[in-house]
Each structure stands twice: as structure tokens, then as C-alpha cells.
Design a protein around this ligand. Structure first.
Ligand code: 0PR
Length: 375
């Protein structure tokens, strides 16, 4: 650290230089991200609550109440009869905490999860000393139920279901998995980090049917900082059974609240307040409209790549996966498109709100031109 401070303008100049090197969602070229420009209202609210620490919630009962409202609004969005939950830093923290609770509550160590599960479960199993058993998926990238049924045993601590997989947007059979979880008395954690803010609305719009089983789901991850338009860091972990929280309870005797149940100590109150603000401002109606537009743009992109002769998967939600020769992928990258690839090497586009109809049109026109030039 320097001995003397700089002038504000000088610091600002350094910051602006750094920012100029960053990609911007508004630039329309980021096609492989699950985050987007936060809602304008969330930005305002975030700065109002920047000093709030939910890790010492007794000092901030007002914001604590907002956190509870976020948790209960998200549970009701998913039709989850929950008991408790928290706003955490991200889907990774939520998934790690869910498995932490499952391990401590059951005393078991085996986790069954689909091939499509997010890498945060690799971290969770490593940290928690859990034994990961990867279960195969079908053509639609959904976990194979018969394989889960065969592999679940006395040692199984939890089954992981994905509702909106990171790479394909695929949705596991939640009702089938909940039945197995109930029959075999194991935990079922649903990772709806991305899909939680998409599937209920796609269902209302008639694109798909989505419902959560009444019984059998223990915990759910749902992230406002993905399709919820909230600023980073904002994810939610919902617990069905408040008793289960006991298994991750840590005494915090000198704080205003005498126990904690989150991995983080100091927690971002601004995240909860900003998420609350967008939920209230948009309502279901507002989010449904966001999802409607994203899905229309996804389908336009799907049609476009099919018409250009590329093999594409029919999108389940606003993620498109298609096959693109390496040279074209490279050429698009050189033109500034920020694409991503699945582990299988397919090209993947996440049609977030910043991927507008115009962006889709520009992308398809670049793709067509490059294809014409022979890559
Ligand atoms: N579960 C699912 C289904 C996810 O897709 C993700 C992240 C997580 C959990 C973990 O969430 P956090 O990253 O909030 O801890 N999915 C994206 C991914 O890993 C996250 C992301 C977002 C990556 C924006 C890049 C990016 O630019 O691909």
C-alpha cells in the first residue's frame, strides 16, 4: 500500500481504465454467462444497504425481515412448503451448505448426482469428505431414474436433482426423484440456481409444465443473481424442515443472535434488500415478461442456427446448445462474441435479458457471413 493517498480523480481514472478492459452485458456480446445487468432499481437499493451485515442480524432487524420475505417469496414462487432459508453469496455456497446439512443430519456420506450437476457439488464433496457417485443421463440430459433407484442404499446421504442444468438447461424428473427420496428415506436437494427464476414462468406461459413435488424435497437452491436480475452476490437456500438447520448450527455467543447457520459470517444485507426490491417492483408479471422475451429470443436463435444447417438441441429453457466447427467458434470469438462450450465441446449460448432480439440477429448474420467465407 502506498504511504500517501491519491486524488479522487486519479483513483477514478485508474478504475475507469480497468473497467474499460471489462466486457459489458449491455455491449451484447456476452453469450455464455448466467449473469446479466442487474435491474436499475436493484443498483439504487444496493448502495442504500451496503453497511448492513446479516451476520449480526440483531443489529439489522429491518433488513433481516426483508431477507425472510425474499426467502418466502421464492419458496412460494416454486410452490415449496418451506420452513426456513437464507440469502447467501451464490449457488455454490447454497449447494455446499445443503450438503453440509444433509451430511450432518443423516450421518451418511454417499451423494448421487447427475452428470449434468454443477461443479460446485465437486467442491462440496471435497470439502465435506463426501463420496460422489455420478449417475448417467438420458438423451434429454435428465438423470436416469432406474440408475438412481439401483444405486441408492443405506449409505446414501443425498440425491441431487438439477432443475435447469448449467450446460443444457435440462430438468431432472423431480417427482420421480422425490418418490425415491421418500421411499428410501434420503435427502433430495434440488439445484434450481438458474431454472428457479425461469421454469415457473415458462410453465405459466405454456412452454413446459413445471411443479415441485409436495413431499420429498429437502432443500432448494435458487439464485436471484442469475435470472432474478439482482446484483451479485445473491443466491438463496431454502430448507423444508427448520429442524434440519440444527445440523449446521454454530454458537455465536457474543453476537446479537446466538447461533448461525450459514457458511459466511459477515453477510451482505444489500444483496437481500436489492433482491427484495426487484421482486416487489416486477412481481410475477414482470418476471414472466422477462422470461417470455428470453424464450422467444432463444427460439429465434434455435431456428436461425437450424436454418444455417447446424445441429442444435431443442432448448428446454433459455439456453441453446448446438454444434459448431472449431474454426467457426474461433472466428466468432475473434469478432468479439463471448461464447461458451459444454464439456462435450458443443457451443452454448445463454439467452439472458441482455441477449436481445437485435443481438440474436447480429450474431446470426455474423455466423452466416463467416460460414459463407468458409470459416
Ligand atoms: N448451480 C447451477 C445449476 C449453476 O448453473 C451454477 C452456476 C451454480 C449452481 C453455482 O452458482 P454460483 O456461480 O452463483 O456459485 N452457473 C454458472 C456457471 O458456472 C455461473 C456463471 C455465471 C458462470 C456467469 C459464468 C458467468 O459469466 O457456468
Amino acid at each position: 500500500m502506498d504511504e500517501k493517498g491519491l486524488e479522487r480523480d486519479e483513483v477514478l481514472r485508474i478504475l475507469m481504465d480497468a473497467r474499460r478492459r471489462d466486457e459489458r452485458y449491455g455491449g451484447g456480446r456476452i453469450l455464455g454467462s448466467m449473469c446479466t445487468e442487474p435491474h436499475w432499481f436493484a443498483r439504487e437499493v444496493f448502495s442504500m444497504f451496503m453497511d448492513v451485515n446479516l451476520g449480526d442480524a440483531g443489529l439489522f432487524p429491518g433488513t433481516k425481515a426483508l431477507e425472510r420475505e425474499v426467502v418466502s417469496a421464492l419458496a412460494s414462487l416454486l410452490g415449496f412448503k418451506y420452513a426456513s432459508g437464507f440469502v447467501v453469496t451464490g449457488g455454490s455456497e447454497a449447494n455446499i451448505t445443503a450438503l453440509w446439512a444433509a451430511r450432518n443430519a443423516t450421518g451418511k456420506r454417499k451423494v448421487l448426482l447427475p452428470e449434468t450437476a454443477h461443479f460446485s457439488f465437486d467442491k462440496a464433496c471435497d470439502i465435506l469428505g463426501l463420496e460422489k457417485e455420478v449417475v448417467g443421463v438420458d438423451e434429454e440430459k435428465r438423470i436416469r431414474l432406474e440408475e438412481v433407484e439401483r444405486r441408492v442404499d443405506e449409505e446414501t446421504c443425498a440425491i441431487i436433482a438439477v432443475a435447469g442444468s448449467t450446460e443444457y438447461g435440462s430438468v431432472d424428473d423431480l417427482h420421480g426423484l422425490a418418490r425415491i427420496a421418500r421411499e428410501r428415506e434420503t435427502w433430495l436437494h434440488v439445484d434450481a440456481a438458474f431454472g428457479g427464476f425461469v421454469l415457473p414462468f415458462l410453465s405459466e406461459l405454456g412452454y413446459t409444465s413445471f411443479s415441485l413435488p409436495e413431499e420429498g424435497v429437502s432443500t432448494i437452491t435458487i439464485d436471484p443473481h442469475k435470472m432474478g436480475l439482482a446484483p451479485i452476490p445473491c443466491a438463496c437456500l431454502l430448507f423444508k424442515d427448520a429442524e434440519a438447520l440444527r445440523s449446521v448450527e454454530t454458537p455465536t455467543p457474543y453476537l446479537t443472535e446466538k447461533t448461525q447457520h450459514t457458511l459466511s459470517g459477515t453477510r451482505c444485507g444489500a444483496a437481500a434488500a436489492a433482491a427484495y426490491a426487484v421482486l416487489k417492483l416486477l412481481g410475477r408479471e414482470g418476471y414472466r415478461e422477462v422470461v417470455r422475451v428470453c424464450m422467444e429470443n432463444t427460439l429465434a436463435l434455435y431456428q436461425g442456427v437450424l436454418e444455417l444447417g447446424f445441429k442444435a438441441r431443442r432448448p428446454v429453457l433459455n439456453i441453446l446448445v448446438f454444434e459448431l466447427p472449431k474454426e467457426l467458434y474461433r472466428a466468432l470469438t475473434l469478432k468479439g462474441w463471448r461464447l461458451s462450450r459444454t464439456r462435450m465441446g458443443e457451443t452454448r449460448i445463454v439467452v439472458m435479458p441482455h441477449v436481445t432480439a437485435k443481438v440474436v440477429e447480429d450474431f446470426l448474420s455474423d455466423l452466416a457471413a463467416l460460414q459463407g467465407e468458409g470459416g
